[in-house]
Structures are given as C-alpha cells and as structure tokens.
Write a protein that binds this ligand. Sequence first.
Ligand code: PRP
Ligand code: URA
Length: 209
Amino acid sequence: MGKFVEMDHPLIQHKLTMIRQKNVGTKDFRALVDEIAMLMTYEASRDLQLEDVVIETPVATTTKMQLAGKKLAVVPILRAGLGMVDGIVQLIPAAKIGHIGMYRDEETLEPVEYFIKLPEDIDQRDVLLVDPMLATGGSAKDAISALKKRGAKNIKLITLVSAPEGVKAVQDAHPDVDIYTGSLDDSLNENGYIVPGLGDAGDRLFGTM
Ligand code: PRP
Ligand code: URA
C-alpha cells in the first residue's frame, strides 16, 4: 500500500483553517492555496533522490549533496488543481506541467474527462498529481488511470482536504500511489461535498460562485 500522509505542520493547519472559513474572499483564498501547496511540496519532496557533488567553497574543496535530477511533472486536475501549481513550481522550477481536465457531473457525481495534455516523456517522470479536494475519489482515480495509461509509474497525489471515502477509493484502485493531504475530514454530505470541507474549491479560487 502507498503512503497516506496527513500533514500536521502548524503552518499548513493554520492556513487550511483560514481557507475553510466562508467569509474568505477569492483573493485571499487563492494566495493561501498557493502557500499551502508550497508547504505541502516541502513535505512531499522529502524522498527526492540526492547524489554527491564535488564543489569548491571559498575555503576548501568538499563533497556535498545535490538533487539527482530525477525528472518531475506537476499535473493539476482542472480547474481547482491549477490553484496549486504556482506554489509547487516555485520550489521545483524545472518541473514540466501537464493538465487533466475533469468535472464532476452534478447529478451522478461521476467525473467527466474533457482535456488531457501531458509532457511527452511522462513515462520517465515522477508525477505530482494535484487537486485541492478528494471527495468521492472519482476524479483522482480516473486521473491516475489516465496517467498510468500514458506510462506514468511513480505518482503522488497531493490534496488539501480529503474525505475518508475518497482516500479509500484511491487506495483500493491504485494501491501504489502515495497520498499527501492537509486534512482527512469527517465525511461526505448527500451532495458529495466534504464535511466540514471548504466548499467548492474551483468556484472559490476563480470567483465563479
Ligand atoms: C472538484 C475537485 C475535484 C473533484 C473532487 O472539481 O477539484 O476535482 O471535484 O470530487 P470527487 O473526488 O468526488 O471526484 P469539480 O468537478 O468541482 O471541477 P472544478 O475544479 O472545475 O470546479
Ligand atoms: N469538490 C469540491 O470542490 N468540494 C467538495 O467538497 C467536493 C468536491
């Protein structure tokens, strides 16, 4: 089974508490999602491979560590995942960006795929799949399947808020995928919204309420 990590860093928890509040407007919501994504990347990149490199400081020659250069791709699930990309790319500027367009049918809650564009060498890249919300898990499951179909092997899913139902659905369908989340919330309501959650992440990010 892949890892399941609920990130308990105080800065992540504090900022998540802020964006959950219904009176936080689009500008602040967007800035905070960006910041949380950056903080989560710090945790989720802990196992990046390092290699030795010989360097010269002004004082001596020494062997130190640098990133081994394993290629990464950041793949947001549209729309809401887009809000997490800038924060991640600030820490990993060489990452390529793919996009997976999906929306949930409001009646059935089933994901509908409408766009996929990935780096051509996605099969050689480690993938950070990002979406603020993991609710029923349908969107994440299908996005992971779409990535795997194109050859992606090492996939991490990063979400801000997750429902237990969504975590289970992803783990059952894709036991090899690590899940990093800011909060494992209580449940889903009858409309498929995470409780207590933060509402509709895409609408709050883009001001389309
Ligand atoms: C939201 C969210 C996830 C999905 C989660 O997107 O960003 O992609 O719902 O729900 P699930 O786990 O039940 O599939 P939405 O469909 O609202 O599209 P949007 O990002 O364009 O607003
Ligand atoms: N999508 C959202 O944006 N919020 C939820 O709570 C569930 C799905």
